[in-house]
Write a protein that binds this ligand. Structure first.
Ligand code: XUL
Length: 489
């Protein structure tokens, strides 16, 4: 028997999935919510989290894994983590030179983004080089801001990790490299050569090249479980595989390894992504090209107002999720033409720096219409801002917490005019990480790896309703025009 463990350190929790590769089964799953997932500050644009919370959760969860599996059969561990966040370390990964980590929800680096794009010849040049124009949450602009604000602590920093490479380092007991997929979310890696892009690195901060880990393919063995943890938990010297980002891991965890397929993850962030053969950069600047852990590339567009926006509307209505679902069943597709721009928090796509919710035709409307408006808005934004990928999907693989809700998936099917298949609601990034550990350990080809595990929940297909598809075709044009008008002020 060969067991492989995959962790997922997401915004809200640390989860794990352990697979028995030969049997094709998941033998253990668990999740540990963070009491304080992120630390807010007086400036709403600044959002950090504590790397110590992630480190403590990793140790707790590894102990739970050890207590619940046939330990001798564990062969390798990999992981996924929220993308872009940076961890600042000294000589070893256990020493921090900065107590907190800016995470993907941080939007405080507008100035740094402008400076970096200017240094590289503009937003288009930055996107051609690194796969994305400069985005406030991306690691390069965040590093630049840290260097500017605390040059002494920056100078004391020996290694700057992503959340993924930090946690891999803790498992291995030494600084681990960054994998190409997660490295793509930094505005620092040349998306074609997959090496550090000197021009971007030099423009970001002094001596940065010396502080960056190596870049490696996602299937790289980065070390062996540190001896102290082997002894404490009675675990064998398992291989530690490179960790990656949560979205790249979810892509393989939802079985996507061929261009022409799309997945939507409805989590703290809502994301839409799919494999890509060539690095076609988003013309409107809204999306990103990342290296894919399964080879070639992936396209992705990210929305900040995901589950927190759904949660805000549910709370405004004073409802449970069951009542929210009932409201979706009872209201008509298209909501009688009412629209909402659900920017309860600063938005990533399109870029909106301050909360700015817009409601059209909803004045005095019953709560159910607001519930429908937020879901329709999210689905129309996902569709409208992913056309740059050039994929008209026949089927969408849906994952993330809100994918458990069939009423939400019906709106998704109707807006995208595609069948939606539900994947395990919470575990696709952890499963994807376990699959990456197995693939890296055996060199098996990716279609064979995902065929066994990454299958939709049986009988979960939700088909589009042709009448609703027509309604959304018109409404979506209005939605995109409303966005443009709101952005223009
Ligand atoms: C991806 C992104 C988010 C985080 C959430 O670019 O910013 O999806 O990875 O964990």
């Amino acid at each position: 028997m060969s067991l492989y463990a995959g962790f997922d350190c997401s915004t809200q929790s640390l989860s794990v999935a352990v697979i028995d590769a030969a049997r094709g089964t998941v033998v253990f799953r668990d999740s540990l919510p963070f009491a304080e997932p992120f630390l807010t500050s007086p400036d709403p644009a600044v959002v950090h989290a504590s790397p110590r919370v992630w480190a403590a959760a990793l140790e707790t969860m590894l102990a739970r894994v050890a207590a619940n599996i046939d330990r001798a059969a564990l062969r390798a561990i990999s992981g996924a983590a929220q993308q872009h966040g940076s961890v600042y370390c000294g000589r070893g990964p256990d020493v921090l030179t900065r107590e907190t980590s800016p995470i993907w929800m941080d939007s405080s680096t507008g100035r740094e983004c402008a400076e970096l794009e200017a240094a590289l010849g503009g937003a288009v040049a930055m996107a051609q080089l690194t796969g994305s124009r400069a985005f406030p949450r991306f690691t390069g602009p965040q590093i630049r801001r840290f260097w500017r604000e605390d040059p002494d602590a920056y100078a004391r920093t020996v290694r700057i990790h992503l959340v993924s490479s930090f946690l891999a380092s803790l498992l291995a007991g030494e600084h681990a490299p960054i994998d190409h997929a997660d490295g793509s979310g930094m505005n620092l890696m040349d998306i074609r050569t997959r090496e550090w892009a000197s021009a971007a690195v030099q423009a970001t901060a002094p001596d940065l090249r010396d502080k960056l880990p190596a870049l490696v393919p996602s299937s790289t063995v980065v070390g062996t479980l540190r001896p102290a943890w082997q002894q404490r938990l009675d675990l064998p010297p398992v291989r530690i595989m490179a960790w990656s980002g949560d979205n790249p891991s979810s892509m393989v965890g939802t079985g996507l390894v061929r261009e022409g397929q799309l997945a939507i993850s409805l989590g703290t962030s809502d994301t839409i992504f799919g494999p890509m053969q060539e690095p076609r950069v988003s013309g409107d600047g809204s999306g990103h090209v990342f290296a894919s852990p399964a080879g070639a590339y992936m396209g992705i567009t990210v929305f900040r107002n995901g589950s927190l926006a759904r949660e805000r509307v549910r709370a405004e209505c004073g409802w449970t999720w069951d009542t929210f679902s009932a409201a979706l069943r009872q209201t008509p597709a298209g909501n009688g033409g009412a629209l909402m721009l659900p920017w309860f928090e600063p938005e990533i796509t399109p870029p909106v720096s301050r909360p700015a919710v817009v409601r059209v035709g909803l004045e005095g409307a019953p709560p159910a219409r607001h519930a429908r408006a937020v879901i329709e808005a999210q689905m129309m934004a996902l569709a409208g801002h992913s056309t740059w990928m050039g994929v008209t999907p026949q089927a969408i693989h849906a994952t993330g917490g809100a994918a458990a809700n069939p009423e939400i998936l019906q709106v998704m099917a109707d807006v995208f005019a595609a069948s939606v298949y539900r994947f395990d609601a919470t575990g696709s990034a952890a499963l994807g990480a376990a699959l990456r550990a197995w693939q890296a350990d055996t060199g098996r080809d990716w279609p064979a790896v995902v065929r066994t595990f990454a299958a939709p929940v049986p009988a979960s297909e939700i088909r589009p309703n042709p009448e609703h598809v027509k309604t959304y075709r018109t409404l979506q044009e209005r939605y995109m025009r409303l966005e443009i008008a709101a952005l223009a002020g």
